[in-house]
Design a binder for this molecule. Structure first.
Ligand code: ARG
Length: 589
């Protein structure tokens, strides 16, 4: 289906043609003077030179040609040559009825269905998820859902950090604590135990302990590096322990991501890329682009247009060990073999920009990725505390994601309990807890998503758990309000959107009519924050309509039915939008 602006532009274009000008001049946009009109066309200004006429004359000709156009209720040519336009209420209502009846509100199918891999989440195994992982998960999940909704074939890959020194550290620390385990006996040929020799909480304690020790003790560090080496070179015992670490860790990660309503189609990690490294290096060598620098293998990725420093990309360390770059490159090889993607989109902390610039360039230069495949980086900013520094716990430590979610849920629950008491509603507290869970996740995710991904933002729980302002709870509250009206409506179910009867209603209708275009734009720019801005505008518009309109007590049945249809469409636009943002609305609040 065409967007409303496309349709309006088409009509105005025809009027240009009728008046003797070329139709391309008829492009209509939303008015930048909403006090004067709803839409405008500046084509007469653009055409003045070509037709050697004053813009106002052209605009006047076009306004005449638009006299009988069904789309507009008001057309005026104003100096120096603008066309001011208002859409007709009947036309707008009929467009909305089309949207309501169309699949995906009339969002156009893509010309070509792309295979898109979204690389997001990126947790490091055996380390607890902390707030730094929140944005990767939340933004990545939303971007994935947006791409899928547009009609593409999308795969989300968690890409765990599961292969580096952190694994060697854990293995070594285990060997210190439990030296008698069969994993450390080189003579052992039997079957290793099926149970892991640690729990998730032990694992989460082991890693930081080992990491701290390695910083102080050179010998310890060397032993951990040796364990890493043995793991990466097929030592049976190390590998068996690695399997345990992965199993325990993944179960915990899954639980945490489930709570956040984040899920992955693929649970691959750096380790999965390992077998692809040797053949990749061989192929890269054949390109003649790799060279040795201080023992390491590197490739130049500098380009003439670079304004910032672009060091050579290191592909293999001097001891033959792989690096972050190596696994990312080999993962691209693997992805091409397995999926042959058209796009790979990475949602990662923007401080890794240089790494990805290097990886993308090295991949392109050495032909690792197919020509058709675009590699894209969505680098997100830091979540800061109110002091403007990266968010920390009150004690100054790194905040675990689990505690953060717990805190927000508690705040939400208390706020809602207060509201309930005010309304003296004896709702069961279990029910309320479930609702608080939903609202808390919405608060957290909306706070993150409503900020442009690349920007740092201030994490202010006080603000984003509020029921007022640009917050998740405000959006949900508006939805619940609509749900409650619809639940209480007892009239005829066969309802259709009617021409707006007042400015507030028209405003809601005009916002709804933009939804398909907004979705397209949000997809093109991979910008969930624009979807947030849109639903915030819709919520505000709806609430002012609601405050001025007695919907259920309206005596004119036809009027009431039109409003009910409007509410239904509004709700379903909200439902779709929050689904794409990755949260859900409760029935009541
Ligand atoms: N594990 C990495 C980190 O914590 C993020 C991984 C991002 N994805 C990637 N393909 N490099 O920094």
């Amino acid at each position: 289906m065409n967007t409303l602006l496309e349709i309006l532009s088409q009509h105005v274009g025809e009027a240009f043609e009728k008046a003797g000008y070329k139709s391309e001049l008829g492009r209509v946009g939303v008015s930048n003077r909403p006090d004067l009109c709803e839409y405008q066309c500046n084509g007469a200004m653009a055409g003045a030179k070509e037709y050697h006429k004053a813009p106002l004359v052209i605009a006047g000709d076009v306004a005449d040609a638009l006299k009988d156009c069904e789309c507009f209720s008001f057309v005026e040519a104003v100096p120096p040559g603008f066309l001011n336009l208002n859409i007709s209420d009947t036309f707008l209502a009929s467009y909305l009825r089309d949207c309501a009846g169309a699949e995906k509100f009339g969002l156009k199918e893509p010309d070509k269905k792309d295979k898109i891999i979204i690389d997001y989440g990126g947790p490091n195994v055996a380390k607890p998820l902390h707030v730094g992982h929140l944005r990767a998960a939340v933004i990545g999940e939303s971007v994935k859902r947006i791409c899928a909704y547009k009609g593409h074939d999308v795969i989300g890959d968690i890409h765990m950090g599961d292969w580096g020194l952190q694994m060697g550290l854990i293995i070594h620390e285990l060997s210190v604590r439990q030296p008698d385990l069969p994993y450390f006996d080189p003579e052992f040929t039997g079957e290793y135990p099926a149970e892991a020799p640690f729990t998730i909480s032990e694992l989460e304690e082991i890693y930081p302990t080992a990491s701290a020790k390695s910083k102080e003790d050179e010998e310890y560090k060397a032993a951990a590096m040796d364990a890493t080496y043995r793991l990466q070179h097929g030592d049976r015992g190390c590998r068996a322990l690695w399997d345990h670490i992965m199993r325990v860790s993944k179960a915990d990660l899954k639980k945490n991501y489930d709570n956040l309503m984040v899920s992955f189609e693929l649970w691959k990690g750096e380790a999965d890329a390992d077998p692809y490294i040797p053949p990749m290096i061989e192929n890269m060598k054949k390109t003649g682009l790799l060279y040795e620098s201080e023992g390491a293998l590197v490739i130049d990725v500098k380009e003439e247009s670079d304004t910032k420093e672009m060091p050579p990309c290191m592909v293999l360390k001097s001891d033959g060990a792989s690096l972050y770059t190596t696994t990312d490159l080999a993962t691209l090889v693997q992805r091409r073999e397995d999926y042959d993607p058209d796009r790979v989109i990475y949602v990662v902390d923007k401080r890794q920009q240089l790494h990805f610039d290097q990886v993308f360039r090295a991949a392109a230069k050495t032909g690792i990725v197919a020509n058709k495949c675009s590699l894209e980086f969505i680098g997100f900013g830091t979540m800061n505390g109110k002091d403007g520094k990266p968010f920390k716990t009150r004690e100054g430590g790194v905040m675990r994601l689990e505690s953060l979610i717990g805190d927000i849920t508690k705040t939400m629950y208390e706020k809602m309990l207060e509201n309930r008491n005010l309304a003296s509603d004896g709702e069961g507290s279990d029910e309320l807890k479930k609702t608080a869970d939903l609202v808390a996740i919405a608060a957290l995710k909306y706070a993150d998503l409503s900020n442009q991904a690349t920007k740092d933002y201030i994490f202010d729980p006080e603000r984003f758990t509020s029921f007022e302002g640009n917050t998740g709870p405000y959006i949900l509250y508006t939805m619940v309000r609509i749900k409650s009206i619809l639940a209480r409506y007892e009239g005829d179910k066969d309802v259709q959107i009617a021409p707006a009867g007042n400015p507030q209603e028209k405003n809601v209708q005009m916002t709804l009519a933009r939804f398909n275009a907004v979705l397209d734009n949000v997809f093109d720019e991979l910008a969930p924050h624009k979807l947030c801005a849109y639903i915030y505008e819709l919520a505000d518009g709806f609430n002012s309509f609601y405050h001025d309109t007695r919907i259920l007590t309206e005596e004119d049945e036809e009027k009431k039915k039109g409003w009910i249809a409007l509410l239904e469409l509004t709700l379903s636009v909200f439902e779709t939008a929050i689904e794409l943002l990755g949260f859900k609305a409760p029935e009541k609040m």
